[in-house]
Design a protein around this ligand. Structure first.
Ligand SMILES: *Cc1c(COP(=O)(O)O)cnc(C)c1O
Length: 422
């Protein structure tokens, strides 16, 4: 979306300076996305940035400087958030299959809470804290609610999942949890899915999770100090979609939270967001190596493809083609033809965009895949065919900062050991 106050990055110049393929993140768009979400949330709801969507440390630092906390799910993500300057009190760690090293790192760092995905995990943490003799560690229980969310791509809740603890099992856990001295259950977490475009789904999920949290805390006999009601707010990618109505979200969230807030004035509320905060800020810039015609169809073969942008293929069933694609530098209103945009991989699945109308494309032209700031390299098979991961650039008011170097052949081979066994 053009914005007169912050002109678009000069992609041609960036491509020359940093090479392609290249991810370009626009800091002003990150700021606008953060402001839109913060503006829609009632006072006292903390935004927790889900590093999963884009773990670039500079992007994370930018969001931290805007006031976001962090939701992390691996040791590297934890270290990223802390080095980016996010205070440990504003970091939570969740995810199935946590290692002992990860649990220890969370205790060492003194993060806000470990979000436990099973009662076994709570007991593992309890034992670990006991061995160390440190103070009881704050734990939030991730609940797999009995209800499900509707109206989005990837639904959680109401079905068997490896995530969280089934609601009924939480209700039965008072005795088991009551025996533990190394942990302190401080709250409830639930995450209902991703890519919600209809704000009413997010509002409804929030209401239900807040209600669930109160009733579970009562059953467990613990005080409710924190509730994380997930998030999963989407952005429009495809022609028939619209961005969420943030004014509607604001009205709905204020209502959803008000009663809960009056009963729980000191409870910390958290909403997680990855995609909404970063997707719109990113453009994947590739250079066309050649244009070829096969049986009447045109292919723009570029220097980068799904090795850096798997989401463009359609992850599972929930992303449909096509991401917004432009020929960068093309004048508006030029005649278009249909092109399929492909990359350098030897698989027919390396199809970034299928039959998109573009102004005439020639070898050497730059194409930009828009809305690519979330689930790009982090969710892509960057090692496929050993191309490695690309450079990333953060542009702030016209100034470009290289925030990730591209992998080199030596980077890739340096991790291997040549052992001649014959
Ligand atoms: C993936 C994930 C998120 C981030 O989801 P977005 O749709 O990118 O905002 C947040 N919380 C949990 C538990 C997740 O698994």
């Amino acid at each position: 979306m053009p914005n007169p106050e912050s002109p678009e990055p000069d992609y041609e110049r960036l491509a020359e300076e940093f090479g392609t393929p290249l991810f370009v993140y626009d800091a002003q768009v990150v700021e606008r996305s953060h402001a839109a979400l913060a503006g829609a949330l009632p006072d006292g709801v903390d935004i927790m940035y889900s590093l999963k969507a884009n773990p670039n440390i500079s992007l994370c630092a930018l969001l931290g400087s805007l006031g976001a906390g962090a939701e992390v799910s691996s040791h590297a993500e934890l270290v990223t958030a802390l080095r980016a300057g996010i205070a440990p009190e504003d970091v939570i760690f969740l995810g199935p299959g946590k290692s002992t090293g990860e649990l220890e790192a969370c205790v060492d760092a003194g993060i806000a809470a470990l979000v436990c995905e099973s009662l076994d995990e709570v007991e593992r943490l309890d034992a670990l804290v006991g061995r160390r003799g440190s103070a009881p560690f704050p734990v939030m229980l991730r609940v797999n609610p009995s209800f499900t969310a509707r109206g989005q791509g990837l639904a959680m809740g109401g079905k068997p999942r490896q995530f969280g603890i089934d609601e009924v099992a939480v209700r039965d856990a008072k005795r088991r949890l009551g025996d533990l001295t190394g942990v302190r259950v401080v709250g409830i977490h639930a995450y209902m899915g991703t890519r919600f475009l209809d704000h009413t789904s997010v509002v409804r999920n929030t209401e239900r999770i807040l209600g669930l949290a109160e009733s579970l805390a009562a059953d467990l006999g613990v005080s409710l100090d924190a509730v994380d009601f997930g998030g999963g707010l989407g952005v429009a990618y495809f022609a028939h979609e619209n961005d969420p109505d943030m004014a509607g979200l604001g009205r709905g969230m204020r209502e959803a939270v008000a009663d809960f807030r009056s009963r729980n004035p000191h409870c910390r509320l958290m909403m997680e967001s990855g995609r909404y905060l970063t997707a719109a800020s990113g453009t994947y810039v590739v250079r066309v190596r050649e244009v070829k015609e096969s049986m009447g169809e045109l292919f723009a073969v570029a220097d980068g493809g799904t090795n850096h942008h798997m989401a463009a293929v359609g992850v599972g069933s929930f992303a449909k083609r096509n991401f917004p694609v432009r020929r960068l530098g093309a004048t508006e209103g030029a005649d278009t033809r249909e092109y399929s945009v492909t990359g350098p991989l030897c698989t027919p699945n390396d199809l970034v965009a299928k039959k998109v109308p573009l102004p005439e494309v020639r070898a050497g032209d730059l194409l930009g895949i828009g809305r690519s700031g979330a689930y790009g390299p982090t969710a892509s098979p960057g090692l496929f065919l050993s191309h490695g991961y690309p450079a990333e650039v953060l542009v702030d008011r016209g100034r470009a900062h290289l925030v990730r170097l591209p992998d080199t052949t030596e980077d890739l081979l340096g991790r291997q050991r040549l052992v001649r066994i014959r």
